[in-house]
Design a protein. Sequence first.
Length: 298
Amino acid sequence: MTENAVDTAPKTPVTLLGLGAMGAALADAWLAAGHPLTVWNRTAARAEPFADRGAAVAGTAAGAVAANRLVVVCLLDDASVEEALAGADLTGRDVVNLVTGTPGQARARAAWAAERGARYLDGGIMAVPPMIGIPAAGPYVFYSGSSELFEEHRATLAVPAGTSWVGEDPGFAALHDVALLSAMYGMFAGVAHAFALARSASVAPGSLAPALTSWLTAMTRSVATTAEQLEAGDYTVGVVSNLAMQTAGVPTFLRTAEEQGVSPELLTPYFGLMERRLGEDGRNGAEDLTGVIDLLRQ
């Protein structure tokens, strides 16, 4: 295609259920790319702006499902998916569920869809609404389930955000989603503690932020090392700061928090795991922190 050529290839019609903040962003992206779009939302007024831009508005979820083969669901939770699709005929439909849920819910929903004659793909959105439709912002979605469905609709699904298929198991997208978000919240906990310490001494947050950002970025290199140690089954390979040394430093962190009048409650659970892994006799002292992971498995 030449630089000035117009893309006249037919665009896959899409049905979108749910026009909350994320659903609205998805709708914007598909409409901007020229995809015929049918929308449904429990609060009908939210659909009006999209009708003005050419989207078809269905009065019921079942009616929206009947309009197109590709049905994307972006509702509040798994229960709302059950309720919205209860009266819909899913025979021959390709259902892409972007509702945040658990791996177990995704697997159950995939079986539920198959019983009703539909192919199923689960998705975990790694973006916030303002990132959708802006490739430079780096949005993407984990997908798992039917590989045939994913390959057939990959180009359409890639319009609002990049795509990353992580396996046939329908629960894998949710698993990846929650794993990454869990790491994020762990980071947020550390950041919160760091700012609390700084503010207790009247250190300006803006002066700490650059150093904190740089340090956390540098520490992300340890993620690859942890993965290598887990795959090798040897937690002593490539160790820079071993468990014994890091555990010995715990009292300093706790004493500093006490001196500054800051609760250590965001840190103490992890420190407790470090001490358990070390063992009373220090037998695991040469390891990296990777062994803590084994303590979390129930």
